[in-house]
Design a protein around this ligand. Structure first.
Ligand code: GTP
Ligand code: MG
Length: 370
């Protein structure tokens, strides 16, 4: 579900954006005009103005392309996809930085992650792991939800000197909704105020019960600053993923998921893609939601050109006709015409949905309770 900004919500209700900002403040939330609101805030604000919000799924009616089942003989092991989630500032990006020996966190605006980063890492013994970093800020619910859906395992990061916080709980809920297992990383163990036992107890109250307490969730106490406990965490991740016997068929046309997309001045639409099955090749024709295209070029996160990308590989792709939505499924088809046909059918369905959505607003107008 994609949520709208303060200014869009104000427009829909026919009120001033500043009034919505004030209302949010009264509800204890500081927001800016272009900020996207989460579902519960939107509902509360709308109620203040006498509206009821109905969420309409923009993809309703869009049929998924049926993918052929793989012959078990064609399956090969693939890298686990691990999504790092948790409350803002609890150290998700720093943890990945330590693992990748890089410094993404330092370069971020305001120290806050605002997108889903995807990275391929090799453990010391040469085993590949794909990591997805997600934002912890409350505004990015939809990204967390998608992160949880594209993953095999969630690493739930909780700062040992803080507590289980709203987005910790949200992350737990996303992981549970997606049926994904959770490994807990209690971070910032180097800090004097670290209280891992308190965190473990609080997690238990939210049904994340670590092994030490008789539950099923593995837990590692780590520091993204000193590196303490990180080998232990990685080992636990590999043990858990080995149990899952993750497999894919590299010898078929690829399918995958759009993690995010943006427009680059020189390159046009650039999308971060995670290949989930098959091998994606330069020149392949594909659909992704209501968009289509041909793979013009692919790069890994280091900016190196790729001719092809197999299962669990994250990459940047150019060659879209339009900007896909994060969460759109990308499927390679045998020819470009077919991709175009499916995309235009889907565009038609989305347009109809949008029309329905805008007529909804006028219907809601009539049922305004004030
Ligand atoms: P969002 O992406 O905005 O949700 O934040 P994040 O969870 O990625 O946190 P980030 O890695 O940006 O770290 C937040 C702050 O905590 C930074 O100042 C880090 O340097 C600091 N930090 C992260 N991990 C540790 C740690 O293990 N020990 C100490 N002392 N500081 C840490
Ligand atoms: Mg971050």
């Amino acid at each position: 579900t994609e949520f709208i900004t303060v200014s869009d919500l104000a427009d829909l209700m026919g009120v001033q954006a500043n009034d919505v900002i004030t209302t949010c403040m009264d509800l204890g939330k500081m927001v800016s005009i272009n900020q996207r609101l989460d579902a519960s805030t939107m509902e509360l604000v709308a109620e203040e103005y006498g509206y009821e919000i109905e969420f309409v799924d923009a993809d309703e009616g869009i049929e998924e392309i049926e993918l052929e089942e793989d012959d078990p003989e064609d399956l090969e092991p693939r890298a686990p996809i691990i999504t790092v989630m948790g409350h803002v500032d609890h150290g998700k990006t720093s943890l990945l930085d330590y693992i990748r020996k890089s410094q993404v966190a330092e370069g971020e605006a305001g120290g806050i992650t605002q997108h889903v980063g995807a990275y391929e890492v090799e453990t010391d013994d040469g085993r590949p792991i794909t990591f997805l970093d997600t934002p912890g800020h409350e505004a990015f619910t939809a990204m967390r939800s998608r992160g949880a859906q594209a993953t095999d395992i969630v690493i739930l990061v909780v700062a040992a000197d803080d507590a289980v916080m709203p987005q910790t709980i949200e992350a737990i809920n996303h992981a549970k909704a997606a049926g994904v297992s959770i490994i807990v990383a209690i971070n910032k163990m180097d800090k004097p105020g670290a209280k891992p036992d308190k965190i473990k107890q609080q997690l238990a109250e939210h049904d994340v019960i670590i092994e030490e307490y008789g539950g099923e969730n593995q837990c590692a106490e780590v520091s993204a600053k000193t590196g303490e406990g990180i080998p232990d965490l990685l080992e636990k991740v590999l043990i858990e993923s080995d149990l899952m016997e993750l497999q894919a068929n590299p010898d078929r046309k690829a399918d995958g998921v759009v993690l995010e997309a943006r427009v680059d001045k020189g390159k046009g639409t650039v999308a971060n893609i995670l290949v989930q099955n098959g091998t994606l090749k330069v020149g392949d024709s594909f659909v992704a939601g209501p968009c289509f295209g041909r793979v013009r070029a692919m790069e890994n996160e280091l900016g190196n050109r790729l001719e092809e990308a197999g299962p669990s590989e994250p990459l940047q792709l150019t060659g879209f006709n339009d900007i896909p939505k994060a969460g759109d499924k990308l499927v390679v088809l045998e020819d470009e015409q077919k991709a175009k046909d499916i995309a235009s059918q889907r565009q038609q369905i989305r347009r109809e949905q949008e029309l329905r959505q805008s007529s909804h607003v006028s219907l809601d107008d009539l049922s305004r309770r004030l």
